[in-house]
Ligand binder design. Structure first.
Ligand SMILES: [Fe+2]
Length: 516
C-alpha cells in the first residue's frame, strides 16, 4: 500500500533518531566482504541471501542463514555467532531506525529470525546484516498498513511449487519487475524427490532427505536460485508449506508409503523437516517447531482492506481416502477441529473488506470423469467433501471470501459454490489456483487442452484453466480485485520472457470471478 506523506516521513525520522540516540552517528557499514581484524569465519557467509516476512503494521521478520558451504551442512563452526542487523528508511541505510545483534545458533543451522518492531505502517524499509566485517546484500521490505487504513491498494503475488529439477525459477524475475507489496507462497518450497538427471537441474544429495542435515542441504540448494534470492530480498513473504517440504501426500503423522516408513521413523522425519523449514523461511518465533509439530496457521492483517488467513491443510487432516464413497465420509477433517473454529471465527468477525484464505490445496471441485458421475482428486479439498461443503456454506455469510491455492501445477480459476452437484447452486466466492513456479516444467499446451478441455462441461465453475508456469498477481482495492495471470515462455532455460495470459476481476459484494 502507498500513501505516506513527506510530513509523516520527517516526523518519523525525528522520532527514529530520538529513539536510537547514538545510532544516527554510528559508522556506516562498508559494503563488500572486507574481513574484520581477527576474523575467524570463512568467506561467503551470506550465500543463501536474505529475506523478510510476515509484515505487521509496526514490524517485520528479517531472515538470513550463515552458510559459507551451503550444500555440505553450512560450513559453520559449532558455536554461537553474533549477527549485527540494521533497518532504515533509505536504500543506503545512512540513518538506520533500528539496529541490534541477533545470535546465529548452531542448533538452528546459524539462521536468524529478527522480529523487528517499532516501525511505521505501510512503508518501505531497507535492511542488512553484518558478521566479522562481511556485509550482506541490502534487502527491501514493507510493513503492513495501519490497522484502521481502509483505502489504498495492496499488490499480492501468489506463488507455489518450485521444483528445482523441473526448471529455473524464472517467474520470480518477472515478479520482481511487478513489484508486489507481499509475496504469498502456499507450499512446495522444496521437493524431497531423489536427484535425477532428466531435467535442467539436479537435486543435491544422493536420495530423498530424511535427516536434519539432508533437509538443510536441500533448502540451501533452493536458496541459491538467483531469481528466488532476488525476490526474497525485495519484498516480504508470507509462507506456508504443503506436502513436498516433508514427503509427497503426507497427512498428519502418516507418510505417503507407510509400508516403507514406520511411524517412529516418519515422526523423526517430520521433526527434521519442520526444523529445516523453520530455519529457511522468514517467520516469527511462534513457528519454532516443537518436535513433530509446527504452528503455521495464522492471520495477517492489511488494514481494513484485507485479512489473510493462512491455513495448514497437512498437519491436522485425516488420511487421504481412496474412493469416491470415502471422500463423502462426514468424519473426515482437513483442518482439524481447532483450526476450523479458528478459521470460522476469523472469517465471521473480520473487519476487512476482503477475506483471503491461503489454502495449500484446491477448494473448488475438479470432476475428472466426463459425463455422468464424479471422479475427484482425493488429496485436495474434494477428498474431504463434507467439511469443504460446510465451509462453503459458511462463505455465504462472509464478506468477499477469496481462496488462494497451489498444489495443482495448473492455473485453475473458479467460482466457489455451496454444492457442486447442483449446477444452480449459489456462488459464494472465488478461487485462484496459482499454477507453479517451475513444477512440471514446460508443458505441452496442446496436450494439456486435449486432456482437460473435454472436462469443462463437467466443471462449469471453472473460469480459466491453463498449464503455463508462472504466478498470479492481485491488485486489491476496496471496489474490487484485479487479477493477472503472469506466465513465462520457459523454465528450462535460465532466462524467460513473461506475459499476461489473462486478466480477471472479483467485484466487491459480488461473489465469483469474471474474465475481463
Ligand atoms: Fe507441487
Amino acid at each position: 500500500m502507498t500513501g505516506a506523506s513527506s510530513h509523516d516521513r520527517r516526523r518519523f525520522l525525528t522520532a527514529g533518531t530520538a529513539v536510537l540516540g547514538a545510532a544516527a552517528s554510528a559508522v556506516l557499514w562498508l559494503p563488500g566482504t572486507a574481513r574484520a581484524a581477527g576474523a575467524t569465519l570463512p568467506d561467503g557467509l551470506f550465500s543463501l541471501g536474505i529475506a523478510s516476512g510476515d509484515p505487521l503494521p509496526d514490524g517485520i521478520v528479517l531472515w538470513t542463514r550463515l552458510a559459507p558451504d551451503p550444500l555440505n551442512g553450512g560450513g559453520m563452526p559449532d558455536r554461537v555467532v553474533p549477527v549485527e542487523w540494521e533497518i532504515g528508511e533509505d536504500p543506503r541505510l545512512r540513518k538506520p531506525v533500528r539496529r541490534g545483534v541477533a545470535h546465529a545458533r548452531p542448533e538452528y543451522a546459524h539462521s536468524v529470525h529478527v522480529d523487528v518492531r517499532g516501525l511505521r505502517p505501510d512503508r518501505a524499509y531497507w535492511y542488512r546484516f553484518r558478521v566479522e566485517g562481511q556485509v550482506s546484500p541490502t534487502g527491501r521490505t514493507r510493513t503492513a498498513p495501519h490497522p484502521h487504513a481502509r483505502n489504498g491498494s495492496l499488490r499480492v503475488a501468489l506463488a507455489s511449487c518450485q521444483n528445482w529439477q523441473h526448471g529455473y525459477f524464472t517467474p520470480y524475475a518477472d515478479m520482481l519487475e511487478q513489484d508486489p507489496d507481499v509475496v504469498l507462497f502456499v507450499g512446495d518450497y522444496i521437493y524431497e524427490s531423489t536427484p535425477s538427471s532428466a531435467g535442467p537441474r539436479r537435486h543435491e544429495g544422493a536420495g530423498e532427505p530424511y535427516t536434519l542435515e539432508q533437509y538443510r542441504n536441500r533448502y540451501a540448494q533452493y536458496h541459491t536460485d538467483p531469481d528466488l534470492a532476488a525476490m526474497h530480498a525485495n519484498a516480504p513473504w508470507v509462507v506456508t508449506f504443503d506436502d513436498h517440504e516433508v514427503d509427497n501426500d503426507w497427512a498428519g503423522q502418516i507418510p505417503q508409503d507407510p509400508a516403507k516408513q514406520p511411524h517412529d521413523a516418519f515422526v523423526a522425519r517430520l521433526t527434521a523437516a519442520f526444523q529445516a523449514y523453520y530455519e529457511h523461511v522468514p517467520v516469527r518465533a511462534s513457528a519454532i517447531p516443537d518436535g513433530p509439530h509446527i504452528q503455521m496457521y495464522r492471520r495477517l492483517e492489511f488494514g481494513r482492506l484485507a485479512r489473510l488467513n493462512v491455513l495448514d491443510t497437512r498437519q491436522f487432516r485425516s488420511d487421504q481416502v481412496i474412493s469416491q464413497a470415502d471422500a463423502e465420509d462426514p468424519s473426515l477433517t482437513m483442518l482439524g477441529a481447532e483450526q476450523k473454529e479458528w478459521l470460522l471465527d476469523g472469517l465471521h468477525d473480520s473487519p476487512a473488506r476482503w477475506n483471503l484464505v491461503a489454502s495449500q490445496i484446491m477448494m473448488a471441485e475438479t470432476d475428472l470423469l466426463p459425463g455422468e458421475g464424479k471422479l475427484w482428486y482425493y488429496d485436495a479439498w474434494d477428498g474431504y467433501q463434507v467439511e469443504r461443503n460446510a465451509l462453503l456454506e459458511e462463505f455465504a455469510d462472509i464478506r468477499n471470501p477469496v481462496v488462494l491455492s497451489g498444489d495443482r501445477h495448473l492455473t485453475m480459476i473458479s467460482d466457489l459454490k455451496t454444492d457442486y452437484s447442483d449446477p444452480q447452486s449459489e456462488v459464494v466466492g472465488a478461487e485462484f489456483v496459482g499454477t507453479s513456479i517451475s513444477s512440471n516444467g514446460d508443458q505441452d499446451q496442446a496436450a494439456f487442452h486435449a486432456q482437460w478441455d473435454p472436462l469443462k462441461a463437467d466443471n462449469p465453475h471453472w473460469k480459466l484453466i491453463d498449464a503455463h508456469r508462472g504466478y498470479h498477481l492481485f491488485d486489491i482495492r476496496r471496489d474490487g480485485i484485479d487479477a493477472r495471470v503472469r506466465v513465462v515462455d520457459t523454465v528450462v532455460q535460465p532466462q524467460a520472457t513473461a506475459s499476461t495470459l489473462a486478466r480477471l476481476r472479483v467485484e466487491n459484494g459480488r461473489p465469483g470471478v469474471e474474465p475481463v
